[in-house]
Every structure is written in C-alpha cells, then in structure tokens.
Ligand binder design. Sequence first.
Ligand code: ZN
Length: 397
Amino acid sequence: MVASVDEPDRDSIAIIGELIAIPTVSRDPNRDLLAYVVGFLGRYGIASDILWNEDRTKGNLWATIGPADVPGVILSGHSDVVPVDGQSWTSDPFVMREADGLLYGRGACDMKGFLGIVLAAVPDLVRRDLKAPVHIAISYDEEFGCTGVRSLIDRLACMPVKPALCIVGEPTSMQVIIGHKGGGMYRVVVTGQAAHSSLAPRAVNAIEYAAEIIAFIKTLAREQAEHGPHDHGYDLSHSTISVNTIQGGAALNIVPDSCVFQFDIRALPDVEARDIVARIEAHVAEAILPRMKAIAPEAGVRIESVVELVGLDTDAAHPAVTFVKRLVRRNDHAKVAYGTEAGLFSASAGIVSVVCGPGSIEQAHKPDEYLALGQVEICARMIERLADQLEDEGLPW
Ligand SMILES: [Zn+2]
C-alpha cells in the first residue's frame, strides 16, 4: 500500500473508478459489480460467497481474509447507488472524473469510495499473517430501506463464530458514528365512497378523512418534539414523524373515493415506531372510521408498513468503539439522523457496529457527488492500522 499522504492511493482511486463505471442503481441488478469483486478477490485467492436474490439478479457478497474460526472485523458497504434521473451533472455520473483533489461520480462517497479502498487493501491483507480475520460484506438494495442485506444478516446471526465488530463505511467524513435513529415508513390507504360533488354529504370523502388522519399524525409529531424523549447526541434530539407523499382525487366535481398517503417515522432507540402506529390506528378506529362507516359501511382505512428501519445504539464505552477511534486517530463520536445497515448488523445479527467511512453525507445522492482524496487516504490508513493490529495481536478485547 502507498504510505504517504502527499501521494494519493492510486490503487484505491483506480478501483473506485471501475466500481463507479458499473452503474448499480438500486432498481437495476448488481450482478456485474459482484462479478467484478469476485474476480478481483479471486486473483488473491479469496473465495466469495454470494447470497443471491430469487431471480439471481442481485446478491450480497461475503468474503473472509484470515482465519475464519476467530472473531474478526466486518468491513461493510452497499453496492447500490441512487438514480441520477432529473439531476444535472457536469460530466457522465458513471465515468469517474478527478479534479482539484476530488473524485466525482455517482456513488463516489455513497459508497463505492469505501468499497474501492477496501478492495485496494486486499493485496496487503492477504500478504499478512492475520490473527483475526477481515470480512468483506457487500449488500444490495440499501437505498430501498436496507432490504437486501437481510439474507446476509440471517446468515451471520447463526454463524458459529460471530464477527466481533462491523464497520459500515457510509460517508461520515471518517467520524465514528455510534447511533442512528430507527423507525419505519408506512402507507395509509383511505377508501371512501364517490359521488357527484353536489351530493357531497352523502359520500365519504377519502381526501378529507385522510386530512384528519394527517392532522392527528402532526399532533403526534409535535408531541415528540415538545415532550420527547430527547437525546442531545443527535442534531435533532427527538423522534420525528412526517407525511411525505399524498395522492387522491380524479376530478374537481367528484367526491374522491380514494386517497393514499405515506409517512415516515424516525425514532430514537427509546421510542417504538410500532407504538406510534398503534396510536394512529386507535385514533382512526375510535374517532374517524365510525363516521365514515355511518355513510358507507364499505369505507375503510388501512395502514401498511412499507419498510422497517432498524436503529443503531452502540454503547460509547464499548472497547470496540475505542478501538475504531484509535484506528482513525480521533477521540470523538456522534449520532446521526440517517439510517444505515449498522442497525441491522447490531440488532439482528448481534454484532457490535459503528458507521465510519470516507466522504461527507452532504454529498450523498446529489448531482456531482464527490469524494475528496484526503478522505481516501484517511480511510486507507484506517484499514492499514486495522491490518497491523490484526497481524500483531488480533483484536484487543
Ligand atoms: Zn449509503
């Protein structure tokens, strides 16, 4: 590996460019990227295990460098990127462009940068006599609410020797993140009864009842903000609830019989999104449905879960947290508002997890997304120090 900060890590940069050139937008397959990684690892004698989805278009990749029968460290990243539709890019988002110390491209920071740096470290890792292994985990459909990684999490949960630490390399500017909110996304389908608008009182106006439910959701959101709980480790110290999409109505002179809206809950570890949804359901059953059904018995309200977001709440005093701080040479840690797969690694697989990766979350999902070369260097050094530690004595706890 390249050692000087003045000399950017050309191996990492080259691999990041190759990964960006494989356009793994979440709606599309990631098998080409997997084939690239399988080929890359294979050249160093590392076998990849792929957990495919049903139609074998997408998969999670798992690979181990070092002794598999000792608890080790997972370096984890997702392969999918968000679309570029409607975004104005200076140059082709799927051709990496290096300018002024920045690497531009879709996924540069979220999170092909991290994956490229990890792969670039492989030749060094395989050369070493590691006392504890490094695992590489690459998932799909992270941008769809972390839905892809679950088959890998299930596998990990029943491994005889579980990894001791998972570092999820989402862009944190290499800060150690120990917590993020959980929650969920929900769809509400309001079914009323249509009529000509001149007969409005005899119909069940789905939009108006949806508006009543939305107003109630807003009071719950205000209650969280005013009465908490609060955790001031977060920028926004309380749980949030917001209604973010709505559709309904066909014509201005027809009372609508259907309205669908979706809301999002970002909950602190102490708050159960499920409990909030239960309160909405109870309010609908008591205060809203009886009035709808009095006019049209077939009227109804259905609340569906779209995706569950698992929060992360790693103990700041855990030796694994201290260890990662040592690897990145900083003492601070933080909690963030956005979700990552670390919540699943922690809550569902029982593996102590932190988020720490190159690039800024400010850049993620934006046109002209970029990763600074300085971040590549810091991350490469982190992995180098991890390798040093695993070679010298294994994990220190
Ligand atoms: Zn991401």
